[in-house]
Design a binder for this molecule. Structure first.
Ligand code: F6R
Ligand code: MG
Ligand code: MG
Length: 378
């Protein structure tokens, strides 16, 4: 059996320029330098550093498996170095997602988000990295449900013999820290019964039932709970393998032509419409948003990321940038229109999230002030 390659994405918001906008270019450069050194030392095979809004995303490939201490420490080191620069420049939210003083072997619970998958590289292995800003992991539940569970969305579920065997969906209850694996198509309606509650359930992982292995993995670290208080929506990543028995690249992208409301946006406390774009266009410019979604594509090649550059280049890649093009203007305009409509409701639900999901609230203080004045109803 061939050795399994592992893709690890570790991401964090460690500071940005003029509010929660974008990291300083020197922070991205510092992360690249740190990862380039690690590639020279043989800790990782390859890497790509990018960002969505104020979040720096490290894509790494290696043969060390998931939850590897050396690889996780690398992510930690890159972000603590970038934090030093952010602090020197007094950037906004400098070191925001660094929640512990020292690295203790695994990035989980330390602040940064992570998503990892290991698989035998197929003869041709297309991988898409979705990256979101100003929203939470369960934002992926609707598009992934359509992609993997809905034959009226993904024709491949009907006409590709391997995809027709269905998928196993690992669902996490992010509040009670429980998980369950359910199978589509048999349990599709029960799966949707859980996933519809985006405040509690999120897809962690989807696996092929035709023996192809992992199909997608989402970072579900739920930062606000990790920190024991609300410190930010996760701004999650989702890594997807595509084609030949898995959803095709086009089947993955198609659903983002729909306008979808997601939780997050301003102060992590509003519903706004997901705005597909290039990382270059991911600065949150309207009411700290609207929430962004980017999609970058590579071919895996002997453990490395093959983009639109010379074979074998390490680190310095040119990925497919799927949401960059003018065809996505259609949905971008609709996303702004839908977001503006939500804003017309100001601080009223459903423009703002339910009380248990609000990242900011003044309610306990208000109720406290009113203690003496609150009376029983007749
Ligand atoms: C949302 C986000 C921003 C901030 C907002 C207030 O995820 O990052 O919308 O919540 O700009 O930020 P503070 O409380 O830092 O003034
Ligand atoms: Mg932020
Ligand atoms: Mg962010």
């Amino acid at each position: 059996m061939a050795e399994k390659v592992t893709i690890s994405v570790i991401k964090a918001d460690v500071g940005s320029v003029c509010g929660h906008t974008r990291p300083h270019p020197s922070m991205i450069e510092k992360c690249k330098e740190t990862l380039a050194d690690a590639a020279k030392q043989g800790i990782i095979e390859d890497f790509y550093v990018t960002r969505v809004g104020d979040d720096i995303n490290l894509f790494m490939s290696h043969y060390k498996g998931e939850n590897n201490a050396e690889v996780h420490k690398l992510g930690w080191d890159a972000f603590t170095e970038a934090t030093k620069l952010a602090k020197q420049m007094k950037l906004y939210g400098a070191g925001q997602d660094i929640l512990t003083d020292a690295f203790s072997g695994n990035i989980k619970g330390a602040g940064p988000g992570s998503a990892e998958m290991s698989f035998e590289e197929r003869p041709a292995e297309p991988v898409i990295f979705f990256m979101a800003d100003k929203t939470e992991p369960s934002a992926y539940s609707l598009p992934l449900s359509r992609i993997y569970l809905d034959p009226f969305t993904t024709t491949g579920l009907v006409i590709d013999a391997k995809a027709k065997k269905g998928f196993d969906v690992e669902i996490h209850d992010v509040l009670d820290h429980k998980k369950v694996v359910m199978s589509s198509p048999e349990e599709t309606l029960s799966i949707l019964s859980l996933l519809g509650d985006t405040s509690r359930y999120a897809i962690k992982r989807i696996t092929s039932r035709a023996g192809i292995g992992p199909a997608c993995v989402v970072s579900t670290d739920k930062l606000n709970l990790t920190a024991g208080k609300y410190v930010g929506k996760d701004d999650p990543v989702c890594v997807c393998r595509a084609q030949s028995g898995l959803p095709s690249v086009g089947e993955y992208l198609q659903v983002f032509m729909n306008t979808m409301l997601v939780a997050g946006w301003m102060r992590g406390s509003h519903y706004g419409a997901w705005y597909p774009c290039s990382p270059d266009n991911s600065d949150p410019t309207y009411f700290d948003g609207p929430p962004r979604i980017c999609a970058l594509g590579f071919q895996m090649c002997n453990g490395r990321f093959q983009g639109l550059e010379k074979y074998g280049t390490v680190g310095d890649h040119v990925p497919m940038d799927f949401f960059k093009g003018a065809e996505w203007d259609y949905v971008r305009q609709r996303a702004v229109k839908a977001s503006k409509f939500m804003r017309s409701m100001g601080p009223f639900m459903p423009a703002i999230l339910g009380p248990e999901e609000m990242e900011y609230t003044s309610r306990p203080a208000v109720l406290n002030e009113l203690k003496q004045r609150l009376e029983d109803l007749d």
